[in-house]
Design a protein around this ligand. Structure first.
Ligand SMILES: Cc1cc2nc3c(=O)[nH]c(=O)nc-3n(C[C@H](O)[C@H](O)[C@H](O)COP(=O)(O)OP(=O)(O)OC[C@H]3O[C@@H](n4cnc5c(N)ncnc54)[C@H](O)[C@@H]3O)c2cc1C
Length: 360
């Protein structure tokens, strides 16, 4: 029998959407072309509002809790802050995605089909949810107006031992060509994610050598790198950052990264995928996908704004040092910006004085 909803892609967005749709009584087929556990390049940090969204789905996952952020500027200035409410969590993507897919498969009304790529000729459904990631096949429809970020950034991620990291928060080290993210992972492993401007990716080397070159080039890590051992392969992704004009072109509704992916500098992608599953299911259950389209746009707005700000600022000589020094000197401002990231404040809630304090 044909389903009410065909969900294409069993990553975070597709599995979360399938759970919510199935719970509302819609008959769902969830297609995943790979078989879990499958590799996925990611910084693996879920912000507190993403952790809350996971709990609101009635789900729990044993990630590593983190209480805040630590920013390090190219010149070595450090600013630390705790999340305004709740804790974040670091997850192993391959296990987290497998867990969500399994939860979807166990949800009433959901038939989950691993190892099954989408075949347009095979399925008829009232709605198709395109949750097939950054390079969604549905972007070929010009109605979505998918546009990639002009910054042409790329990312690498892996896990290592032999690197001395801060174990209670996510650390972001800014450098001329991008940022390095360090976070506690399973056991003694550290998550390492490196984001680069395309022209700053270390050349002529394999991905492990690129990560090593980057880590060893950072003065702030000089005394923290021991004999580094890679415990998982280095995975790559790019180009990062994507906007869509519309998340709906009936019968297709986009979800997760396919519906617009803020640059990972905000660490927002997984939270956005989890937060938008409920609104998506409500909209399809009531036959009003346009309601989802506007909610999804609002949910992604702050992350897009923040990513633009951080990336524009960090590309200019000396600005990252000044901004991180200001965040260290004005912890209230750091908290305010984190609230903007979490959607608890809007960018317009920042005063001109706040913006001046940030850059002076
Ligand atoms: C380097 C890097 C660091 C990041 N760091 C963070 C971070 O710290 N925090 C954070 O929240 N986010 C981070 N992100 C973003 C985050 O990874 C994404 O936002 C998240 O994976 C989006 O989930 P998704 O389900 O939309 O897409 P995906 O996870 O990409 O899942 C899409 C799924 O669709 C499947 N698929 C594709 N085509 C088909 C098809 N034709 N048929 C069937 N199945 C198909 C794929 O196999 C895949 O499983 C980072 C991203 C990168 C690249």
């Amino acid at each position: 029998m044909n389903p009410d909803v065909l969900v294409v892609g069993g990553g975070i967005a597709g599995s979360a959407a399938a759970i919510e749709l199935g719970r509302r009584g819609l008959r769902v087929v969830l297609l995943e072309k790979a078989r879990h556990p499958r590799p996925k390049a990611c910084g693996e940090g879920i912000l507190p509002h993403g952790v809350a969204a996971l709990r609101a789905l009635g789900l729990d996952f044993p990630g590593v809790p983190v209480k805040g952020l630590r920013y390090v500027s190219p010149g070595g200035r450090v600013a630390e802050a705790e999340f305004p409410s709740g804790h974040g969590m670091v997850v192993r993507r391959e296990r987290f995605d497998a867990y969500l897919f399994e939860q979807a498969a166990g949800t009433p009304n959901v038939e989950a089909m691993p190892g099954t790529p989408y075949d347009a000729g095979r399925w008829k459904a009232r709605w198709i949810v395109g949750a097939d990631g950054l390079h969604s096949r549905f972007h070929a429809d010009p109605a979505f107006g998918a546009v990639r970020s002009a910054l042409h950034r790329a990312g690498l991620s892996t896990h290592v031992q032999g690197l001395d990291i801060v174990r209670d928060r996510v650390e972001v080290l800014f450098h001329d060509g991008g940022e390095v993210y360090l976070a506690p992972s399973d056991g003694q492993d550290a998550l390492v994610a490196c984001l680069y401007r395309r022209d700053a990716l270390p050349r002529g080397a394999d991905n492990e050598a690129r990560v090593l070159t980057t880590l060893r080039s950072l003065p702030a890590l000089r005394h923290r790198c021991g004999a580094i051992v890679f415990t998982t392969p280095v995975l790559g992704a790019g180009p990062l950052g994507l906007r869509v004009k519309a998340a709906v072109s009936a019968p297709v509704v986009l979800a997760g990264d396919a519906a617009g992916a803020p640059d990972p500098v905000t660490g927002e992608g997984m939270s956005l995928a989890l937060l938008s599953a409920g609104p998506l299911a409500d909209a399809l259950a009531s036959g009003h996908p346009e309601v989802y389209a506007s909610k999804r746009r609002r949910l992604g707005e702050n992350a897009g704004w923040l990513a633009g700000w951080i990336l524009r600022g960090s590309r200019r000589d000396g600005v990252a040092d000044r901004v991180i020094a200001s965040l260290a000197d004005h912890p209230d401002l750091f908290q305010k910006l984190m609230k903007v990231g979490a959607g608890a404040l809007r960018p317009r809630d920042l005063s001109v004085g706040d913006l001046v304090r940030l850059v002076l």
